[in-house]
Design a protein around this ligand. Structure first.
Ligand SMILES: [Zn+2]
Length: 236
């Protein structure tokens, strides 16, 4: 979408239908590239193909930032890490889940897995991986000429959003959703601590300038993004 950010759409067809996941690729000087989130389990070839469509390969990846622990964000993390040798970055609260040391907050019940073998297969294939670098709210990463970490809990406890200081682009993960360029709040059904998630939306809405927002479920929002964000925050 601009010099330092590409939206990498990956389509997942699963037991609950098909959905598009919008991974982000931040490109800094010397093609120092950072992937944001790691799609569903078994998706490493789909991610590689989506990167290739924009002229990048797994070898280009230096870092993978994981916004949070959900299956559609960490599914192919181990495979992508092995293929790229990239460093994995995540919030300290979220790391034990991403590493497989703690049970995922939204891990389905045994009953639900028994009723849905397709879902069980997906959760059995999650590619947990070590987190190499822990980050906290307010950290400024050297990624893409300066990327601010914003802790946005509620959807999960250690969920982070990223703000690219140079292009004023917000990568919201699942702290926000969108459809056809229209911004909305976090998914009610997938956000266990909704009141905390609302506080996180208000925190994002306090950013002084936002030129674009990328949501994982919905993609790019460029039409008055900060105005939309402030209206969403006021409506929750
Ligand atoms: Zn999520």
């Amino acid at each position: 979408m601009n010099d330092d950010l590409y939206v990498i759409p990956v389509t997942f067809v699963g037991p609950l239908g098909s959905m598009v996941l919008n991974l982000a690729l931040i490109v800094g000087p010397d093609r120092d590239t950072t992937l944001v989130d790691a799609s569903m389990p078994g998706h490493v070839d789909e991610v590689a193909a989506a990167l290739a469509a924009d002229g990048f390969s797994m070898d280009d990846l230096r870092q993978i930032v994981v916004t949070h622990q959900d299956v559609d964000h960490i599914g192919s993390l181990a495979a992508i890490k092995i293929r790229s040798c990239a460093t994995v970055i995540a919030h300290s609260i979220e790391a034990p889940y991403i590493e497989g040391k703690e049970r995922l907050v939204k891990y389905p019940s045994q009953e639900r897995l028994d009723q849905n073998p397709g879902m069980k297969e997906i959760f059995d294939q999650i590619g947990f991986a070590p987190v190499d670098r822990l980050v906290e709210d307010g950290d400024l990463l050297e990624i893409g000429g300066g990327t601010r970490v914003i802790h946005t809990p509620g959807h999960t406890p250690g969920h982070i959003s990223l703000f690219l200081e140079r292009s004023k682009t917000l990568i919201s993960g699942d702290a926000l959703t969108s459809a056809d360029g229209q911004l909305a709040g976090p998914s009610v059904g997938a956000t266990p601590d909704y009141s905390t998630a609302v506080e996180s939306v208000k925190k994002l809405a306090a950013l002084p300038e936002v030129n674009a927002i990328v949501t994982y479920h919905g993609g790019l929002v460029t039409d008055d993004p900060l105005g939309q964000l402030r209206r969403v925050a006021a409506s929750l």
